[in-house]
Design a protein around this ligand. Structure first.
Ligand code: HEC
Length: 137
């Protein structure tokens, strides 16, 4: 007499377990997928933009990575001396580098360019402005 009553409960438990799994999966997705949060990045400081946008490819110390692809180091990178170069690459992309600047305001592009040009062993202190970015778009 007890077994028919238990079976639906077991099914309910299984359904709940599945629902929990599905929910935690969805959370994991939305936390990691910076690119799908909308058309624009919301971070404003160069540091936060670097951490959320660039770091996945160029690594936390700007050291770059070689593996499935080649991600050049931004650390101690003389190519950053000419400020127009990183601005251009952010706005237009280059081979494996997506044009992430298209998803940023001029201010955001300037902030993250200024950040990488003054961190990771780079010491190019002439700041770029939102106007410089606007003129490169
Ligand atoms: C999806 C991976 C990816 C992301 C995200 C990314 N980059 Fe890149 N980046 C690359 C690759 C790959 C290259 C090399 C492109 C090539 O082959 O010319 C590159 C090249 C560059 C270069 C040129 C380096 C040189 O020495 O010529 C700069 C500067 C740069 N990235 C800055 C940034 C900044 C700043 C961000 C964040 C706002 C960023 N990248 C985000 C993959 C990425």
């Amino acid at each position: 007499m007890t077994s028919p009553a238990k079976r639906p409960l077991g099914l309910l438990a299984a359904t709940l377990a599945l629902a929990t799994l599905a929910t935690s999966g969805a959370f994991a997705d939305s936390a990691g997928a910076t690119f799908s949060q909308g058309e624009k990045f919301t971070e404003e400081s160069g540091e936060a933009l670097y951490a959320n946008v660039c770091q996945a490819c160029h690594m936390d110390q700007g050291q770059g990575a070689v593996g499935a692809g080649h991600y050049p180091a931004l650390a101690k990178n003389e190519n950053l001396e000419a400020a127009g170069y990183p601005i251009y690459i952010l706005l237009h992309g280059q081979k494996g580098m997506p044009p992430v600047g298209q998803m940023m305001s001029d201010e955001q592009v300037a902030a993250v360019v200024n950040y990488v040009r003054t961190h990771f062993g780079n010491n190019y202190t002439d700041k770029v402005t939102a106007k410089d970015v606007a003129e490169t778009r």
